[in-house]
Design a protein. Structure first.
Length: 407
């Protein structure tokens, strides 16, 4: 009833949508509680054991919020746990990693011009790096070195820069930046699953047993929560980067990713200081703007070779499409309808480079982008766009027939 590639595309879309929804829920609650925590104030009439309170107005009503550093004298009957947002975000993100980068490894994960390795090796490196990230980070946080949070965060930044460079030596540029985001997001979600929630459960269990909870559990959870707060914005950038070749396809993509983490710190420092009633540190926006200008500059230097020779090597999947019946006709159709925009030297007015970095000129180019051509111009009418669309139905049928012939 449905073409397998259509089912695959919709599965990817559904999981991506779920990932975005759950990420919004997680980030929203995380940002809210950091802002709330920083805005708490002492009051003379606070209950015993309370450390701060805040009044808020929203949705036509007033909210009076009181925080206990350990716990109130009597444990409430109903506790709301903020954890499923984090778990669902990571699980949906990992599912998306499988659908796009593992099942589509020849197209998105492995680049023979970077490192020619079997797909299974690339997947093992991917999985191993995510596990390594959490283990290394957790050990550092629990060590004596982690007692100084500023010192710890400087070292963690150094590790992120090293991982950024390392990923670009193994995977395609697109996959490298995506994996750095997954590496960081795994640490963030594991913080919730392995540290923050278990510590809160220990406190609850102590209260139920009539014991006084140890304040260290709250201190540890607060450290991990603060780390998550500063890592959120860079992760969002890295997750979006796969749509922007200027971010992932530059020779300096690893340094671009490193600078993105600094922009995340500067932006969050502004808002965190503001919520803590420490003033409006406008200079942080100047720093952020300067870092972003540096990122833009890095994206324009050392652009990789886009000559025909530089892109002649085909993956096994692309080779299959290049040898399929109808390929010559489809190549001619693509040249006639797509290459005015998707070219090494773009001819379409107003475009400085090929949209999304997709070049469709040589036979190797077309074979490498077979799936995208099928989805955009065969299974749907997404491309060519608007008034540039001169593709007839016979051309689209030829694209579909060629794609199915290669399967």
């Amino acid at each position: 009833m449905f073409d397998p590639i259509v089912i695959e595309a919709w599965a990817e879309f559904a999981v991506r949508w779920l990932h975005v929804i759950t990420a919004i829920a997680w980030i929203g609650s995380s940002f809210y509680f950091i802002a709330l925590d920083l805005g708490l104030r002492k009051a003379s009439d606070m209950p015993d054991l309370a450390s701060g309170e805040e009044w808020q107005v929203h949705g036509g009503g007033f909210y009076h919020i009181t925080k206990y550093m350990v716990a109130p004298a009597r444990l409430p009957e109903h506790l709301i746990w903020f954890k499923w947002e984090s778990y669902a975000t990571w699980l949906s993100g990992f599912a998306l990693l499988i659908l796009v980068y593992y099942l589509g490894a020849e197209l998105y994960l492995i680049d023979p011009n970077v490192l020619d390795i079997p797909i299974w090796v690339g997947i093992l490196i991917s999985l191993g790096s995510l596990a390594f990230g959490w283990v290394a980070y957790d050990l550092l946080c629990k060590s004596k070195f982690g007692d100084d949070n500023t010192r710890l965060m400087v070292l963690l930044f150094g590790i992120l820069v090293l991982m950024s460079w390392g990923y670009t030596q193994v995977f395609s540029g697109r996959a490298a930046l995506l994996h750095l985001g997954a590496f960081t997001a795994t640490i963030m979600s594991a913080n919730v699953f392995m540290i923050i929630i278990p510590n809160q459960k220990i406190v609850v269990a102590d209260l139920k047993a009539g014991r006084t909870p140890d304040a260290k559990y709250g201190k540890i959870a607060k450290q991990r929560s603060t780390h998550n707060n500063y890592l959120t914005l860079p992760v969002l950038f890295l997750m979006l980067s796969n749509h922007y070749p200027l971010a992932f396809a530059s020779e300096w993509n690893w340094l671009i990713a490193a600078l993105v983490f600094l922009t995340g710190v500067s932006i969050r420092h502004f808002f965190n200081t503001m919520h803590a009633k420490g003033g409006m540190l406008w200079w942080t926006w100047g720093v952020t703007a300067a870092l972003f200008v540096a990122i833009m500059w890095l994206s324009t230097i050392g652009i990789p070779d886009t000559s025909v020779e530089g892109n002649a090597q085909l993956s096994r999947e692309a080779q299959r499409f290049a040898e399929a019946d109808g390929f010559t006709e489809v190549h001619d159709i693509v040249l006639a309808n797509c290459s005015m925009c998707h070219a090494r030297e773009v001819f379409w007015p107003g475009l400085a480079w090929a949209p999304k970095g997709v070049v469709l000129e040589t036979e190797a180019d077309v074979a490498a982008q077979a799936r995208a051509i099928f989805l955009q111009a065969g299974a749907s009418h997404a491309m060519p766009p608007g008034t540039a669309n001169y593709m007839v139905e016979e051309d689209r049928a030829a694209i579909v027939a060629w794609f199915r012939a290669a399967q």
